[in-house]
Design a protein around this ligand. Structure first.
Ligand code: SF4
Length: 438
């Protein structure tokens, strides 16, 4: 590849989901392949913000990040791509100081565009956005090895056709498209060759992975597990209504699959779930978690997202959510307050929950989550766990166990390797211990 970005310092900032993380990784990798230097701080020639628009709060964080980057480097080339960029008002983006706005399905154009603008100068602001609802192409951005993380986020699916009533994502990410399996496997082979041992298969609606005739996520996992050098496989978020018996069987037969699943519940009340158009009931979710535990073991960590204060959420409906979380033994729970997304059906639903009640409910979900997660962490005290070392110094290491709890340990091990740690104690969801010989 031509060294079009030689000598250029590029900053990449990511907000939002694991699919955004995989796109940020791929952007960093593509920029490095053109000889750019990816920097986390200090001056930069160009910055790329991979943006999110899933909630009103996500929009606010995007604007905040844009202002911060602009303040940092008033003359630098500022690119904003992804979900916020897809829907952003052009005037607002201009006023915030954005130079290049790139919507979804066009991110693979960014490396060449940045190289051109840096060498020729920016004559005028650039806007690259298409009609994602009528675009079934796969955006060909790819990574040849993790640059920003020790584990590799590999995007295999994009978009969503489910249209939950509150969700803006199908409008800004477009229709569901899947990446061809051979292309996924090619990327994973180069990632492993670069020394990475863990891959995180990511997508907006990952369970909807249908690449070629008869292709499924289960079949993909089996093939990824067959790539020599892949020691750990994880999933990004997986919609509960897309988990079937075949997938569970394949996961249970795949030792490399990490015992952690993130299954967004959103609500534990059947009336609210129906109005959300989720496609599952509270009972379906509880049954699914029971089946997962039978297949993958009692100790599997199930984490979730909850959308708190959906219009019409009564105190009883909210209590139903807390009960489902407790009954299913859910670990880490991300609680998001409902915010109306313009253009979605739920934006005009009556019976909005007042802000102070909304904040109180978010706090209660988070407190209950912290308590359950701490109890889950205590299961590991006194035992040995295996971590993928993300950070290491001469005297300490840090990394994640397959069940997605963070470990801090004394001792040494090389970054990117898998180390054994004897866990002395759990402090909340953090495990503390020391590295021991394998
Ligand atoms: S499944 Fe529902 S929540 Fe998930 S991206 Fe699609 S519409 Fe949004």
């Amino acid at each position: 590849m031509e060294p079009l970005l030689a000598g250029r310092r590029i900053r990449i900032v990511t907000l939002g989901c694991r699919t955004n993380l995989s796109e940020a990784e791929a952007l960093a990798s593509e920029m490095e392949a053109r000889c750019a230097r990816i920097v986390e701080d200090g001056p930069w020639h160009a910055a790329v913000l991979v943006s999110c628009s899933v909630t009103g709060e996500a929009d606010r964080k995007c604007r905040q990040a844009i202002r911060r980057l602009r303040r940092e480097q008033p003359e630098g080339l500022l690119v904003v791509c992804g979900c916020w960029a897809q829907a952003a008002d052009e005037e607002e983006a201009r006023a915030l100081g954005v130079d290049i706005l790139v919507g979804n399905r066009r991110k693979s154009d960014i490396p060449e565009l940045v190289a051109r603008c840096l060498s020729e100068g920016l004559a005028e602001r650039v806007i690259l956005r298409g009609d994602v609802r009528n675009d079934s192409r796969w955006d060909g951005l790819r990574s040849s090895g993790p640059v920003l993380h020790t584990r590799a986020f590999v995007k295999v699916q994009d978009g969503c056709d489910h249209f939950c009533s509150y969700c803006i994502i199908p409008y800004v990410r477009g229709r569901s498209v899947s990446r061809p399996t051979d292309d996924v496997l090619d990327e994973i082979r180069s990632i492993v060759a670069a020394g990475c041992r863990e891959v995180v298969l990511s997508g907006i609606h990952l369970g909807d992975y249908r690449p070629e005739k008869g292709g499924t996520l289960a079949a993909l996992v089996a093939r990824v597990a067959g790539v020599p050098g892949v020691e750990r496989i994880r999933f990004g978020s997986l919609e509960p209504f897309s988990v079937d018996g075949t997938l569970l069987r394949v996961l249970s037969e795949t030792p490399a699959f990490c015992r952690h699943l993130h299954l967004p519940l959103q609500s534990g009340d059947d009336g609210i779930l129906a109005r959300m158009r989720r496609g599952h009931t509270a009972g379906d979710f509880i049954d699914l978690v029971a089946r997962i535990r039978r297949s993958l073991g009692e100790d599997v960590h199930i984490s979730t997202d909850v959308l708190v204060g959906f219009p019409g959420e009564t105190p009883e409906a909210f209590e139903n959510t807390l009960r489902v979380l407790e009954r299913a033994g859910i670990g880490r729970t991300h609680a998001f307050p409902f915010s109306p997304r313009k253009g979605t059906p739920a934006a005009s639903y009556p019976d909005r929950v007042p802000d102070e009640i909304l904040s109180e409910r978010v706090r209660r979900v988070r407190d209950a989550s912290d308590a359950r997660l701490a109890a889950y962490g205590r299961r590991f005290a006194g035992g040995t766990v295996r971590i993928l070392v993300e950070r290491s110094s001469d005297t300490s290491v840090e990394g994640l166990i397959p069940e997605y709890l963070r470990v801090e340990a004394t001792g040494s091990a090389e970054q990117g390797t898998i180390a054994n740690v004897l866990v002395a104690e759990a402090q909340g969801e953090l495990l503390k211990g020391r590295v021991i010989a394998s």
